[in-house]
Design a binder for this molecule. Structure first.
Ligand SMILES: Nc1nc2c(ncn2[C@@H]2O[C@H](COP(=O)(O)OP(=O)(O)OP(=O)(O)O)[C@@H](O)[C@H]2O)c(=O)[nH]1
Ligand SMILES: [Mg+2]
Length: 278
């Protein structure tokens, strides 16, 4: 796990302290840790006399712990139905993640409905319906090409009429720079008055995941992040960059394609895996 991060970081250990500090900046930047977090870690190393690896671990843990959020507690205490909007660029794992979150909510005793607001990509509705059928969650969908915001509206109306606990809205991914997509997302968010806007980022995308998250945050506002594909040797450094620069909590990690492969984010676990066998 996280082999590219380990490869970059490995080079800084085992050298005299001064040389390690010099190599640190390049190694962290190459490991997708981002400029701000790299600076912060460098300063921590410069200011403390402890072993360099211990300082880095501790600072990374601090960064990852600063913005935390307990999703289960949020759902438990929030007025129902809780409206969850999932956004992100194409292929990041939104639809799969919605299935996993729906599965988790259902197992915790909540009634849920999915809204297929991806009326853009061929097959998107069928994909969500496939998951819905397997998990036992109904999907509200309209025809392709129709207004995604009206799907959101109908899904929420359905949940209210049936006194359901949660509405999970799937959206279309396109490039984050696509202005129409951002306008579409803004409208869905406005019409649904989403309680949580969840950015789903591809764990394999490295630095791009941070740039995308920033773009979505600037345009529509996001509340928290789920990073996917952590099982497929993801670039762990991007989680550090996201935590430091976006200042939003990472709530879950996608750890595979099974519905139960959604792991609550745990900073300590993450740091342990990042530096394991380095
Ligand atoms: N290994 C692994 N694969 C994942 C994970 N999450 C999603 N995937 C895979 O990533 C691919 C894209 O996932 P989708 O859920 O369709 O992504 P999306 O964001 O909905 O894509 P669009 O609807 O095209 O924007 C699929 O092949 C998923 O099986 C994960 O945590 N681990
Ligand atoms: Mg999708």
């Amino acid at each position: 796990m996280f082999s590219s991060f380990k490869e970059k970081i490995r080079g800084i250990f085992g050298k005299p302290r001064e040389e390690s500090i010099e190599a640190l900046e390049m190694a962290l930047l190459e490991a997708d840790v981002g400029i701000d977090a790299t600076e912060r870690i460098k300063n921590a190393v410069a200011m403390q006399k402890k072993e360099i690896g211990a300082i880095i671990r501790e600072e990374v843990k601090n960064i990852l712990s600063e913005n935390s959020m307990d999703f289960d507690e949020f759902v438990k205490t929030h007025e129902k139905p809780v409206k969850l909007l999932f956004v992100g660029i194409n292929g990041s794992g939104k639809t799969t993640t919605i299935a996993k979150v729906g599965y988790r909510l259902k197992n915790n005793g909540y009634s849920c409905v999915f809204g297929s607001c991806d009326t853009f990509r061929a097959g998107a509705v069928e994909q969500l319906k496939y998951h819905g059928e397997k998990i036992g969650i109904e999907v509200i969908a309209h025809d392709y090409g129709s207004d995604p915001a009206s799907v959101a509206f109908d899904a929420i109306a359905h949940a209210k009429a049936k006194r359901m606990d949660a509405v999970l809205l799937d959206t279309a991914g396109r490039m984050q720079t696509n202005k129409n997509l951002m306008e579409e997302m803004k409208k869905i968010k406005r019409v649904s008055s989403a309680d949580l806007t969840i950015f789903v980022g591809d764990g394999l995308a490295g630095n791009d995941a941070l740039l995308e998250a920033k773009e979505f945050d600037a345009n529509i506002g996001i509340d928290c992040v789920i990073l996917t594909k952590i099982d497929s040797d993801a670039k762990g450094g991007s989680a550090i960059a996201i935590a430091q620069e976006l200042k939003k909590p990472i709530i879950f990690l996608g750890m595979g394609e099974g519905y139960d492969r959604l792991m609550k984010f745990d900073a300590e676990w993450f740091v342990k895996r990042l530096f394991e066998d380095v």
